[in-house]
Design a protein around this ligand. Structure first.
Ligand code: SF4
Length: 237
C-alpha cells in the first residue's frame, strides 16, 4: 500500500487507489457490514462501503483535515462529509465563506463543487464508534501523506477538525515537508494556530460532530471565523 500511494501520479490516480484499499481487516469488515445492514432510513440505497477519497480541486490553497468517514455518511455516499449532519454544518459554512457552490452535500452526484478547498481524512474508512486504532491510523497515513504531497504546490493552510486530525498532522510535517515536528507538540484547541518554515499554517477547529454542534460548543459563527482566517492566511479572496 505504501508503494501504491507513492506511485500515484495525480489525485485522480490516488483517489482510485484509496478506494481500492483493504489494508485494515477490522475496518474492512466494519465498513462492509454497515453497508450490508444499513440504517433503516437508507434501506433502499446502495451503500458505498469502501474507503472514501478526498474531495476538492487539485490546486486547493486550503485543506480541511478530518478524522474518518461516518458510517452512514461518507461510507454510504462515497464522498467525504456527505449525507450526514456533520457535513450539513461544514458545507453550509463553506458556502457562506464562498468556498462551496451550494450549502448542502447529500450525494456524490448532487453538483457540489469546492473552490480553493480540498477535504480529506486522516483515516479513509469508517471506524466503529468513530475511533480508529493507532495501528489503523498509522496504516492509513501513507494515503494522507501522498495526498498532501500532491496538493503541496498550492496548499497554504490546513484546518484540522478536532484533536485526532491535529495530531495526524505532525507525521505529515516530517514525511512530506522534511521538518521535525515541534517539541512539545502544540496543544489542540479551537483557534489554535501553528506555522512552520515552509509548511502550511495549521489551524485548529472543533470537529463539526453533532456532539459539538448540537451542544453549542461549536457554533456557525465560530466556523465562519475559522474560514475567514483560513482564507486570509491562504490568500483566497
Ligand atoms: S483505513 Fe486506510 S489503510 Fe485501512 S483499509 Fe481503509 S483506506 Fe486502507
Amino acid at each position: 500500500m505504501v508503494a501504491r500511494a507513492a506511485r500515484a501520479t495525480d489525485l485522480t490516480d490516488l483517489d482510485g487507489a484509496v478506494a481500492d484499499c483493504f489494508a485494515c481487516p477490522r475496518l474492512v469488515t466494519w465498513r462492509e457490514e454497515v453497508a450490508r445492514v444499513k440504517r433503516a432510513a437508507f434501506r433502499d440505497q446502495d451503500y458505498w462501503g469502501r474507503p472514501v477519497p478526498g474531495f476538492g480541486p487539485p490546486d486547493a490553497r486550503i485543506a480541511i483535515l478530518g478524522l474518518a468517514p461516518a458510517a452512514h455518511g461518507g461510507n454510504r455516499t462515497g464522498r467525504i462529509f456527505t449525507g450526514d449532519r456533520s457535513g450539513d454544518v461544514l458545507f453550509a459554512a463553506l458556502h457562506r465563506a464562498g468556498l462551496a457552490n451550494q450549502p448542502t452535500s447529500v450525494s456524490a452526484d448532487d453538483g457540489l463543487a469546492l473552490r480553493d478547498t480540498r477535504i480529506f481524512a486522516a483515516v479513509r474508512c469508517a471506524p466503529p464508534d468513530n475511533k480508529p486504532t493507532p495501528a489503523e491510523r498509522d496504516t492509513c497515513a501513507p494515503w494522507l501523506h501522498r495526498e498532501v504531497e500532491l496538493v503541496r504546490p498550492t496548499m497554504r493552510v490546513v484546518v484540522a477538525l478536532g484533536a485526532f486530525a491535529w495530531a495526524a498532522w505532525w507525521p505529515v510535517l516530517r514525511h512530506v515537508y522534511g521538518q521535525r515536528p515541534p517539541t512539545p507538540r502544540p496543544a489542540f484547541g479551537h483557534g489554535a494556530h501553528w506555522s512552520g518554515e515552509s509548511a502550511p499554517t495549521l489551524l485548529g477547529c472543533y470537529h463539526v460532530s453533532q456532539q459539538n454542534t448540537f451542544t453549542g460548543r461549536l457554533t456557525p459563527a465560530m466556523l465562519d471565523d475559522v474560514f475567514t482566517r483560513a482564507k486570509h492566511l491562504a490568500g483566497v479572496a
